[in-house]
Ligand binder design. Sequence first.
Ligand code: ZN
Ligand code: ZN
Length: 368
Amino acid sequence: MADRGRVVVCVESGKPFEIREYDLPDPEPGAVILKITQAGICGSDLHTWRGDQINAPLHPTGNVMGHEGTGVVYRMGEGVTSDTLGTPIAEGDRLMHVAVFPCYHCHMCTKGATNWCINRAYPPADKHPYFTGTYADFLYLPPRHPVFRAPDELPDEVLGWVNCAMGTVTQGLMDAGAHQGQSVVIQGAGGLGLSAIAMARDMGAERIIVLDRLEKRLDLAEEFGADHTINIEEYNTPETRVQRVWELTRGRGADIVMELVGRADLLAEGIDMLTPGGTFLEIGDIVPGREVSIDPQKLLRGKRVIGSNMYLPGTLSTILDFLVKKQDQLPFDRITSHKFGLAEVNEAFPRAEWDQRQTDVTRAMLVP
Ligand SMILES: [Zn+2]
Ligand SMILES: [Zn+2]
C-alpha cells in the first residue's frame, strides 16, 4: 500500500488552512523524497495567509504552503547516490534542499540567476507530485534539484530556517558587497535579522547596529554579536533613529542598511542612515503596492538601493560550512522560538502574525 501524507493548503486567504491527504508518488529517476522534520513560518507565508500577495492570486485548487524547512531522505529515485557536492546520501540522512524551484529555462535562469527566475510561482495544490511544499509530511524534490547533506556536527535545532531566512540574508549581503571594516544597520531582529548579524560579522563588519521594538529580541541580537541596539519604542521617530545611527557610526553613517521588516517607509529612513557610497538592501518588502517617497538627490553621492530575493544554490553550502564553524560561539539553536505540530498550523499562524501588532515569535517551526 502506498504511503500517504498530509499537505497544508491555502484555499482562501484569511481563512484557516486545509490539511489534505495524498498518496505519496514513487520518485522518478533522479528525484528525492524527503520526510519533513521541521518547516519554518516565514514572512512570505504570512503574506499568503493574510492575502496581501495581490500580485500572486491563489490557484483555483489552492496553494501548497511552506518553502523553508528540512527533512531526512525518505526515498530516492533511480540513479541518486549523492548530494550536489558528491557526498554519498542514503535513506535517513538529513538533507538541506535549496528552497528555490526555478524553471532553468527563462532568460534569468539561463544567466545563472535562478533566484530571479521569472517563472517561479507558488505551487498549486492537487497537482502531481502533490508534495511540493514544506508544510507537509513529505517533500518531493524533482530530478537534479540541488541538495546538500547536513553536516553531522549540526544539531537539528539549527537547520530549520537555514534555507530561507539565512540564505536570503547571506545572498543579500553578498549582493551588497559586504566586506571588512563596514558599519551595518539591520532593521528588524527576527529570524532574518539574527541570521544577518552573524553573517555580516563573519564577512568582516566592524560595527553592527540593530533596530527592533522588542527588548527580548534586541537582547538576543546582542548575543548574536550586535554592537549596538536601538529600541524603536524609545527612538520613536525616523529623525531620532537616523541621528542615533550617525552618532554610533562616529558621524560617518552606515555602509549597508538591511530592510528585513517589510515596511516601505524604512527605505526613506535607511537612505538617510547611509554614508556616501553606502548600499540600502531591500529584502523585507515582498508585498506589492506599498509606496514611499524619496528625494533622489540623496542618492547622488554614490548611494545605491538594491533588492535581493532568495539565493543561488551554492550559497546554501557556504552557509552550512559557516554554521559548523560558528555553532559553538553563537546561539543558533535559539532562533526557533516556538514549535507547533503540523495539525496545529491554524494556531501557529495567528501566533506568529506580526502585522499591526507585536509577537514574541522569532521563528516558529512546524514539526510534522
Ligand atoms: Zn521565506
Ligand atoms: Zn527560470
